[in-house]
Design a protein around this ligand. Sequence first.
Ligand code: NAD
Length: 433
Amino acid sequence: MRITMIGSGYVGLVSGACFADFGHEVVCVDKDERKIAMLQAGEMPIYEPGLAELVARNVAQKRLSFTTELAPAVAQAEAVFIGVGTPSRRGDGHADLTYVYAAAREIAHAMEGFTVIVTKSTVPVGTGDEVERIIREERPDADFAVVSNPEFLREGAAISDFKRPDRIVIGIEDERAREPMIQAYRPLHLNHSPMLFTGRRTAELTKYAGNAFLATKITFINEIADLCEKVGANVQDVARGIGLDNRIGSKFLHAGPGFGGSCFPKDTLALIKTAQDNDAPIRIVETVAAVNDTRKRAMGRKVVKACGGDVHGKRIAILGLTFKPNTDDMRDSPAIAIIRTLQDMGARVTAYDPEGIEQARQVLDDVTYADDPYSCTEGADALVIVTEWDAFRALDLGRMKALMKAPVLVDLRNIYRADDVAALGFSYTSVGR
Ligand code: NAD
């Protein structure tokens, strides 16, 4: 099958490379000339485990190519996937659909013959209707079907998530789109991955409902963690105690500094707006967003408290900048708010992250970046673990303590055991324990 992917970011590039690996002929398009030049030169514009090998293999077998030229790529495609960004709109927090609609217009003018146009970007309910309307307006003669196929992959595990999904959700309004969609996902269809066909609006809403539910689960355990701290309980034991109940499940019950990343913050906000606009406000998600928003700065204050209530002139070492491990993505990472809070209170910040430093430089000012965890910690008044990279799970804490000015450790991911750390002579603060 000939597939064209519009947008070659975290979702477009991974999905495009995986479709090529399924045996399809895939062209990935992006407006960003630097990104496409890198990809054409065999370099990855993002960090995602296994991606470089997957791309190289499919490029070598001539199933995957990259271009900035949308028109020829769309003209020859049977299915065109839209995987462009849908960030929060400045001012009101609704999803900014500018890129999606611009792509739809460009596709309209370029497509030839019956074409399935698939929105893979996360888009509010009704966006598929509008994409269809735009294309019909631009090209009244065009023969096409618009499908919603939201993506559920997680950064850091994107390839295995795409190739072994819990489910594939496909929203169609035109039956002619069903067979091409089954064809696109044929290997997964043969493997009996659940393929859920729904109406287009249902598919669009399913993505937001899923993300909002997960964000709620995280926020729930974070608030339980706060209560644990007040009453002398241990949130990890509480999480295990409730998570073993199959109705609850153990995943997404890790207390921490609040959710971040390129999806949960913007998608909860967009769902809140959609719900309000439709006179069906979802109060629980409104609360989740508000609670999470205040939590990040609260984590900064937690560090200040661990430092004795004053960080003026002190040097704080931060380990982990990305919103989660195994990605270089800094979008809405809790580290941003935590670092800014510390800087606002007069601290100097040194930071280390295995993959996120390049992106961090673009969003954070006045941070000194270290080359490894140990040089980061040298001379610090406190060490703060913000992201639970594997490399931080087995640090030589004795060596770190010797390098530090004061033995203060704030573990916002609960990756160490209080007894072990206290035995080394650290003053140790974690979350909900
Ligand atoms: P991204 O910012 O990494 O990539 C988007 C790309 O689209 C950019 O490279 C941009 O240059 C390109 N682009 C924009 N307009 C274009 C146009 N008209 N023609 C060609 N290229 C164009 O974004 P992302 O993280 O890949 O997210 C894309 C969508 O997928 C969003 O809606 C997001 O919510 C959703 N999503 C993301 C994830 C994730 O983990 N990142 C997971 C599931 C769903």
